[in-house]
Design a protein around this ligand. Structure first.
Ligand code: NAP
Ligand code: G4F
Length: 346
C-alpha cells in the first residue's frame, strides 16, 4: 500500500485529492494547523462519504512554516509521495499579509523540499508543488499561457509562489529529486472557500432565490479566468507523480470567462438576472489585478494524457445546485427555528 503525505489536507483540493488517493488504495497522512475552533469539515465529510476508508486517513498537528517539525514528520512517516497543497491561498488577502504569505507559500515549500531531500537518502520519494497560473500575471498579449510563458507575478501571493516554483525546479536539478510543479489555473467546486469569487456568487444566487439575502457585493467584474473543476484537476496532480520523469505542467481548460459571465450563468440557473443584484464595492479591488488568464494544457494532454472532463456550464450548474440545497435547508431551519422558539409555541 502506498503512503501519501498531504499538506493543506483540510482545504478544497485536500478533500478531492484525499478522496482520489483513498480510491486508489493509498494511506493518506496530513497535517492540520492548531486553531481554537476545529476546521476539519471537508475531511469529516469525506470520512462520512467513505466510511470503509476512513481509517486510512491520519491527521496530526503541523504547519509548513515549522521546518523542524516537518522534517520529523516526513522522516517518521516515510511517504512515497508528498503533495504540498498548503498555502495562504487568497490573492487579495496576500496584500494584507505579505510576510505570512511569503513564509507559508515560499519558505513552507522550501522546508518540505529539505525534508524530502533527507528522506530521499533513505528511500525514493516524489514531490508535488501546488504552483499557480497567478505566476503569469495575466498581462495583455500573454494568452494562452503555457509552460514557456514568462512569469510576471502581481501579488505577494504570486511572488511567493514563483519562489516556490523555482525552489522545486532547483531541488530537482541540484539533487536529482523527483519534484514537479503543477501550474494549475483556477479550479472550483461546491467545496470552494466562500470568499473566492465563484463560490461567493453561487451562494448568493442560491440565497437570494430563497429570500435569505438581498444582494451581492463584488469587485472587478471584467477579470477573466480559466475555470475548471477541482475533482478533474487533482487527477492531474496524481498523474504527474506517476510519470516516468519529473516535470512541470500547466493544467487548465483552455477556455476563459469573465466574472460577469460567471455571475450571469449562475443567476440564470436560478431564474434571476445577476446584474439586478450586484453592487460594486472597491474593497474587493486589488492594488494590481490579474486581468486575463487562459491556459494551454497541451503538454499535459500529450505527455500525461490528462484532459478536463467538466465544462464551464456544468461547473457553474453543479455549484449552484449544491448551494440551492444548502440555502433551502437554511431557510427551512430558520422557519422551524422560528416556530419552535420560546414564547411562540402557543
Ligand atoms: P484552500 O482551500 O485555501 O486550502 C489551503 C490549505 O492550506 C488549507 O488546508 C489550509 O489550512 C492550509 N494551510 C494554510 N497555511 C498553512 C500552513 N502554514 N501550514 C499548513 N497548512 C496551511 O486552497 P485550495 O484551493 O485547496 O488550493 C490548494 C493549493 O493549490 C494552494 O497551495 C493554492 O495556493 C494552490 N492553487 C489553488 C488553485 C485554485 O484555483 N484552487 C489554483 C492554483 C494553485 P486551514 O484549513 O487551516 O486554513
Ligand atoms: O476567486 P478569486 O479570489 O481567485 P484568484 O484571485 O484568481 O485566485 C485563485 O486562483 C488562483 C489560480 O489562478 C490560485 F492560485 C489562488 O490560490 C486562488 O485559488 O478572484 C478571481 C477574480 C479576480 O480577478 C478578482 O479580482 O475575481 C475578481 N473578483 C471580483 N469580485 C473577486 C470579487 N474576487 C473575490 N475573491 N471576491 C470578490 O468579491
Amino acid at each position: 500500500m502506498k503512503r501519501a503525505f498531504v499538506t493543506g489536507i483540510t482545504g478544497q483540493d485536500g478533500y478531492y485529492l484525499t478522496r482520489l488517493l483513498l480510491e486508489k488504495g493509498y494511506d493518506v497522512h496530513g497535517i492540520v494547523r492548531r486553531t481554537s475552533s476545529m476546521n476539519r469539515r471537508r475531511i469529516d465529510q469525506l470520512k462520512e462519504e467513505m466510511p470503509e476508508s476512513a481509517d486510512r486517513i491520519t491527521m496530526q498537528y503541523g504547519d509548513v512554516t515549522d521546518a523542524a517539525a516537518l522534517i520529523r514528520v516526513v522522516m517518521e512517516l516515510e511517504p512515497d509521495e508528498i503533495y504540498n497543497l498548503a498555502a495562504q491561498s487568497h490573492v487579495r488577502v496576500s496584500f494584507d499579509k505579505p510576510g505570512y504569505t511569503q513564509a507559508a507559500n515560499a519558505e513552507g515549500c522550501l522546508n518540505l523540499l529539505e525534508a524530502m531531500r533527507l528522506l530521499n537518502q533513505r528511500k525514493p520519494v516524489r514531490f508535488y508543488q501546488a504552483s499557480t497560473s497567478e505566476m503569469f500575471g495575466g498581462l495583455p498579449g500573454t494568452v494562452p499561457q503555457s509552460e514557456n510563458t514568462r512569469f510576471h507575478p502581481r501579488s505577494p501571493y504570486a511572488t511567493a509562489k514563483v519562489a516556490a516554483f523555482h525552489h522545486t525546479v532547483n531541488y530537482r536539478e541540484a539533487y536529482g529529486l523527483f519534484a514537479c510543479n503543477g501550474i494549475l489555473f483556477n479550479h472550483e467546486s461546491p467545496l470552494r472557500g466562500e470568499n473566492f469569487v465563484t463560490r461567493k456568487i453561487t451562494l448568493a444566487a442560491a440565497r437570494i432565490k430563497e429570500g435569505m439575502q438581498t444582494d451581492i457585493s463584488l469587485g472587478n467584474l471584467d477579470a477573466e479566468r480559466d475555470w475548471g473543476y477541482a475533482a478533474d484537476y487533482v487527477e492531474a496532480m496524481w498523474m504527474m507523480l506517476q510519470h516516468h520523469e519529473p516535470d512541470d505542467f500547466v493544467i487548465a481548460t483552455g477556455e476563459s470567462h469573465s466574472v460577469r459571465d460567471f455571475l450571469r450563468e449562475a443567476f440564470d440557473r436560478v431564474g434571476l438576472n445577476g446584474e439586478d443584484y450586484v453592487r460594486i464595492d472597491p474593497k474587493y479591488l486589488r492594488p494590481t489585478e490579474v486581468l486575463h488568464l487562459c491556459g494551454d494544457p497541451g503538454k499535459a494532454r500529450e505527455v500525461l494524457g490528462w484532459t478536463p472532463k467538466t465544462s464551464f456550464t456544468e461547473l457553474v450548474q453543479l455549484m449552484v445546485d449544491h448551494d440551492c440545497e444548502l440555502a433551502r435547508r437554511e431557510r427551512l431551519y430558520q422557519e422551524i427555528g422560528g416556530q419552535l422558539s420560546p414564547g411562540t409555541a402557543s
